[in-house]
Design a protein around this ligand. Structure first.
Ligand code: ZN
Length: 307
């Protein structure tokens, strides 16, 4: 069983009205692929492309929520909406769970009601920024590198109260530390190890240790240029290097996977779609016990759901 903490299928379905989630040829994650690979829970991110004008962003977020329910949940009897551990426990053997997440608070502007509305619609995890700055904080590409704004603190307080994950992937380092200080349920849904691949999107050892200390989660992603700085192709072995490193820092119970499938154009050799998760699983069994493998693939993210 696999729990994958991040994919961008919703954006592709939003861009192409005729694309089928069942077996769409341009999708990395499809329902048929999930079933084949044993993905039990998949997180689907609402990500608003920067090309969408500011005043249209909340509407686009709602359109993606609509697509999530209409074209992923309602369209297939075997796909169930899940937000909590109880929802996941209720899944039957042949059913898979779809979880709704937000990647970047750009859609809410400076309006907490918009965020509350998205939470009521079932958003389980909220990423505060993408790579750019917004009203909540600066993203990883913003040179200013500012932390949480006063509004950003209100957002995190609201997420604490609503018992939802605060996702630090894409945040500036300063904002990361602000979140670590105040978030009850911090995760990095799709972030790798800076020590192994120095990139502003990756987490330093100090950040990884802080997430472990807060009993948060880190989802390793399958983005080639976050896995290796080498010119050669990224391999499944690189994914394992990042996993090994987080475990060596004491994160064995705080690590899982957040593929970033459908948010990437280049893929890891042998790990090009959700179907190929099986190859990663085989590789994991060569290096870890069955109990460890099941926690990396599913149990750790599941156990860290706030409710
Ligand atoms: Zn992302």
């Amino acid at each position: 069983m696999i729990f994958d903490a991040h994919c961008d299928v919703l954006m592709k379905l939003w861009q192409d009205r005729s694309l089928s989630f069942y077996d769409g040829a341009s999708l990395h994650v499809t329902l048929s692929g999930m079933a084949e690979a044993g993905v039990k829970v998949q997180c689907f991110a609402i990500y608003i492309p920067e090309t969408v004008p500011e005043e249209a962003r909340f509407t686009v977020a709602l359109e993606m929520v609509d697509i999530f329910f209409a074209r992923i949940i309602d369209a297939f009897p075997s796909v169930k909406f899940v937000r909590t551990r109880r929802d996941i426990d209720a899944l039957k053997k042949e059913e898979v769970g779809a979880m709704l997440t937000l990647e970047g608070c750009d859609a809410i502007g400076v309006n907490l009601v918009k965020l509350k509305t998205l939470l009521r619609l079932g958003v389980a995890s909220v990423g505060l920024t993408w790579n750019f700055p917004n009203a909540v904080a600066d993203g990883a590409w913003e040179k200013r590198g500012a932390g949480l704004t006063a509004f950003g603190r209100q957002v995190v307080a609201l997420l604490n109260e609503a018992k939802r994950w605060v996702d630090v992937s894409h945040l500036s380092e300063k904002a990361f530390w602000d979140v670590i200080e105040m978030a009850r349920f911090p995760i990095a849904s799709h972030s790798n190890v800076h020590r192994l691949c120095p990139h502003p999107r990756n987490l330093t050892d100090e950040q990884i240790k802080a997430l472990i200390e807060k009993d948060g989660m880190i989802g390793i992603n399958f983005v080639p240029y976050f896995l290796t700085a080498k010119k050669s192709e990224a391999m499944i072995a690189d994914v394992l290097r990042h996993l090994d490193h987080i475990c060596a820092l004491g994160g064995e119970n705080n690590v899982g996977f957040g593929s970033d499938f459908d948010g990437i154009t280049e893929t890891v050799a042998g790990l090009g779609t959700v179907r190929e998760y099986a190859r990663l699983v085989n590789e994991l069994y060569k290096h870890y016990s069955a109990e460890q493998v099941s926690r990396f693939l599913f149990g750790n993210f599941y156990a860290h759901l706030p409710e």
